[in-house]
Design a protein around this ligand. Sequence first.
Ligand SMILES: C[S@@+](CC[C@H](N)C(=O)[O-])C[C@H]1O[C@@H](n2cnc3c(N)ncnc32)[C@H](O)[C@@H]1O
Length: 277
Amino acid sequence: MGNEQAKARIAGVFAAAAPSYDQSGVPFFAVFAKALVDTLAPAPDWHVVDVGSGRGAVVFALAPHLPTGRITAIDLAAPMVQALRADLEARGVTGVDVQVGDVEALNFDDGSADAVTASMVLFFLPDLDGGLRQIRRVLKPGGVLAFSVFAGPDPAWIPVYDAFVPYLPAPVRSGDLSRPSHQDLSSPDDIRQVVEAAGFSGVEVSEVNHDIRFESVEQWHAWSWSIGLRGVWAGMDEPVREQARAAVLDEVQRLAQADGSIVERFAVRYVRALAAS
Ligand SMILES: C[S@@+](CC[C@H](N)C(=O)[O-])C[C@H]1O[C@@H](n2cnc3c(N)ncnc32)[C@H](O)[C@@H]1O
């Protein structure tokens, strides 16, 4: 698959997901966004560009930290942009500019941002090096890039994600469904290498385990439709989906505690780097 085709596929998945994206009521992207904002440690007057903003987990976490600053949020999927604009209005958050945009072709002047944030986005880039160089270009010298990526699957949950595999239209390797990943972001050393090669210095990588709690198997199922995994469910014909649902939820049920709740551990890497001058 070529880069443009890969990007069109990603845009299509998130366009379809936008109306229900991150709306299950389970605190998920907001958890990672808060940790990312802590990693960034913004000054109150910064201009921050949030790339791949989705339904605004980072935007909502950042806004209170920028009383005299501003945020520009961009996303590849137009329906995500429309939904975020509506969310901002509904929550009374002003001073955020939301635009359709591509990390690999940023529509900003050189050196125009104090910081760029990217929460759970960069592993989707077909041209990761190109995207990082774009981010480097729009940052002021010494400006901060802060991003997060998954550090790997929760071993206890591999049987859950593997239970999808027999029902998928195309084969997928064991474990691949559990978390989006990118080969150049798969270890702290890989991360340092690709980020430094794109013109950053002072790269810091930290890792945090977040235990995400679901009240029930049904809540996990509803949540799985509110994230990128939605594309996997939606890609199956209904009779196949019904079989997959039974097999997958059976595995989730095995992980339930006595009160019916279930915990999935998300290991996340947070990266902070400075645009080299
Ligand atoms: C997993 S979601 C994360 C959304 C948000 N950052 C959050 O933490 O909730 C990834 C988002 O990145 C967007 N995206 C993927 N590739 C992109 C690109 N090349 N340029 C801009 N946005 C992109 C998707 O449309 C999607 O909304």
